[in-house]
Design a protein around this ligand. Structure first.
Ligand SMILES: Cc1cc2nc3c(=O)[nH]c(=O)nc-3n(C[C@H](O)[C@H](O)[C@H](O)COP(=O)(O)O)c2cc1C
Length: 258
């Protein structure tokens, strides 16, 4: 079936509804949506289409024609698009690390900030991931936003954020999360849930009636990208891959076979 293009006008009038109504005409087709503005509920559109057995339709975001020389702008644009859907946790990504033993491990964490310096997440500095990153300070990140059918892969070196930056972020967290950061001996053996609850009670008592300071063993890590890949799902598995590699102060862009 041919790929078709649906252009969503900046007016906010979303022809996805018309597409839904079109039913048979689009059955089995994969639709590339060029987002040119407006508030498009792609998640709902996808859900509606996949609900019917016979009507299997996926929406995908085509590569933007703008910001081609700025991977950070491109990332920011996509994250905004993901946030505009009702996808839970659009900031979630898989973080892969490799420890001293050369074996990879991966887990999901949340992106808490990004700019041209890199991509920041927060964690316990004594956790398994942090120990692996101390031994081998390189990480790979992978985002996948299902409603957009877009994957972003980022690879680079790790730097700890400044104490001031970590303090400021920690202070913005809900008190329960602050207590939790102190209470969790992340990635170490827990004998029983009661032990964790006991630690929470101890920490609550220690900081009763005062602000909870940032634990010295908890901070942010910034991944300074050397490579960023943008993958856009396309019809017939002929996906579109744009890879940026750092070159001096700028980036070079090339494409990969899917
Ligand atoms: C949606 C989601 C978000 C998470 N966000 C974080 C996070 O921001 N920081 C963190 O340390 N762990 C986060 N976790 C927990 C990690 O996946 C992981 O269990 C924990 O960090 C311990 O990993 P490690 O033993 O490899 O260090 C999150 C888990 C999920 C499922």
């Amino acid at each position: 079936m041919d790929a078709r293009k649906l252009v969503v006008e900046p007016s906010g009038a979303v022809p996805v509804a018309a597409l839904l109504a079109a039913g048979d005409e689009f059955r089995g087709a994969r639709i590339g949506v060029i987002l040119s503005g407006g508030n498009v509920d792609l998640a709902t559109a996808c859900a509606r289409f996949s609900a019917g057995e016979a009507t299997r339709l996926q929406l995908s975001v085509l590569p933007p024609e703008v910001a081609a020389d700025d991977p950070f702008a491109r990332f920011g644009d996509l994250l905004e698009r993901a946030r505009a859907t009702d996808l839970p946790e659009p900031n979630a990504f898989t973080l892969a690390t490799v420890g001293a033993d050369g074996r990879p491990s991966a887990r999901v964490v949340l992106l808490r900030g990004f700019d041209t310096r890199g991509f920041v997440f927060y964690t316990n500095l004594e956790s398994r991931k942090s120990r692996e990153l101390a031994a081998n300070p390189y990480a790979a990140l992978c985002f996948y936003w299902l409603p957009l059918d877009v994957q972003v892969r980022i690879e680079g070196a790790i730097q700890q954020v400044s104490d001031a930056e970590a303090d400021s972020y920690f202070a913005s967290r809900p008190r329960g999360s602050q207590i939790g950061a102190w209470a969790s001996l992340q990635s170490t053996m827990l004998q029983s849930r009661a032990d964790l609850e006991e630690r929470v009670a101890e920490i609550e008592a220690r900081f009763a009636d005062q602000e909870v300071p940032r634990p010295p063993f908890w901070s942010g890590l910034r991944v300074v990208p050397e490579r960023m890949e943008f993958w856009y799902g396309q019809p017939s598995r002929l996906h579109h891959r744009d890879v940026y590699t750092r070159k001096g102060d700028g980036w070079t862009l090339h494409h990969l076979y899917p």
